[in-house]
Design a protein around this ligand. Structure first.
Ligand SMILES: Cc1cc2nc3c(=O)[nH]c(=O)nc-3n(C[C@H](O)[C@H](O)[C@H](O)COP(=O)(O)OP(=O)(O)OC[C@H]3O[C@@H](n4cnc5c(N)ncnc54)[C@H](O)[C@@H]3O)c2cc1C
Length: 326
């Protein structure tokens, strides 16, 4: 395999997205299984230096392109045009990106610009003599499928939290590259940036998540969930039932149509464990469910089930935690 490229996605403050460190880690293991293919990170943005330095901790070489227009425009299509020009010049076999909003935009535009196919939402990638094989979880996690790219070349997007990011033994080099190609595609201007409201901490990278479902009973019930999350130093998650009821913002939804999380501890309060919720949290290291129904489906995959009323159990846990913290 000639080369594996990793798109280094930048947050609004110029830092590297955690998802890109995961994708870079996956690229290294894929390269190891593909006869030592060269792994190169690509960082394109208005102020790429910080993100490039971070990505260089994970891959042996990073190419950096300064592109000022990403400050006030959605990055996907702009980055795709700069990246397409580099691909034309250097011809890597595989381009990997995160399967978040920017990576999805990027992959679609890049496919149109380069004519290369896309495998979307991979949860794993392994090498084969004919190119990488991507694993996908489909039909809400009921089936696992494997797919390959035609001719072993193309674009793959990787789901968040599919792998644990691990830095390389030694940092890679960073090389500045002049922007190539023309920006001919329409760019989407950013009108405003709005902080997500409510429920404070982000669930994306949380090590502890206390999640509430319909059993919480209403928006005021999420007060107890938030207190528990705060006492444990974690974040608040929710099922779609709670989000659709307007009890908590969509940013906290976990599952097939929400986020996929991988905390150390997942405390599920009043959650039945429907398959569409399970696919978003099943890789948590430890799942503890509080449910008054001992036969709720979550009992089939939780590590521990506390059978009882969530308000009683939640308050008892909270009292213990507060006593311990003095
Ligand atoms: C296409 C599609 C996509 C979907 N995407 C998602 C998704 O991304 N995320 C998601 O979560 N769902 C999703 N769903 C919805 C999913 O199918 C379930 O309806 C949902 O997860 C149920 O949420 P719940 O567990 O909060 O509610 P319920 O299934 O109603 O479960 C409530 C649980 O609370 C328990 N309970 C009630 N009161 C108490 C109490 N006082 N103390 C203790 N336990 C109590 C009950 O015993 C029950 O087990 C999707 C559905 C579809 C069709």
């Amino acid at each position: 395999m000639a080369g594996i490229w990793v798109h280094g996605e930048l947050a609004a403050d110029g830092s590297l997205a955690k998802l890109s460190t995961e994708v870079a880690t996956l690229a290294r293991s894929l390269a190891g299984e593909s006869g030592g293919a060269e792994v190169t990170g690509i960082v394109i943005g208005a102020d790429p230096a910080g993100g490039a330095a971070e990505l260089a901790r994970f891959v042996p070489r990073v190419l950096v392109v300064t592109e000022p227009s990403t400050v006030d425009h959605a990055a996907g299509t702009i980055v795709a045009q700069r990246l397409a020009a580099l691909i034309e010049e250097r011809d890597p076999d595989i381009v990997l990106a995160g399967a978040g909003p920017e990576g999805r935009d990027l992959a679609g535009a890049l496919s149109a610009l380069t004519g290369r196919g896309v495998l979307a939402n991979a949860i794993a990638l392994r090498g084969s003599p004919d190119g990488p094989i991507a694993t996908h979880s489909v039909f809400g996690g009921k089936l696992i499928t494997e797919s390959a790219l035609t001719g072993g070349r193309g674009i793959v997007t990787v789901r968040p939290n599919a792998v644990t990011a691990e830095a390389a033994d030694s940092p890679g080099s960073i090389e500045t590259v002049a922007p190539a190609g023309e920006l001919t595609q329409p760019a989407v201007p950013i009108i405003d940036r709005i902080e997500a409201q409510g429920a404070a901490a982000s669930i994306d990278d949380a090590r502890i998540i206390v999640a509430g479902g319909r059993g919480v009973g209403g928006p005021e019930g999420f007060g107890l969930i938030a207190d528990l999350a705060e006492a444990l130093g974690g974040a608040v998650g929710a099922t779609r039932a709670a989000v659709d009821s307007g009890w908590i913002p969509y940013s906290q939804q976990i599952g097939q149509t929400g986020k996929i999380v991988k905390p150390q501890l997942y405390l599920a309060m009043g959650i039945s464990g429907a398959i569409q919720h399970k696919v978003g949290m099943q890789t948590a290291s430890t799942i503890i469910a509080v449910n008054r129904d001992p036969d709720a489906p979550i009992a089939d995959f939780a590590d521990m089930v506390v059978v009882g009323d969530l308000v009683e159990v939640g308050q008892a846990i909270l009292a213990q935690l507060r006593e311990r913290s003095g």
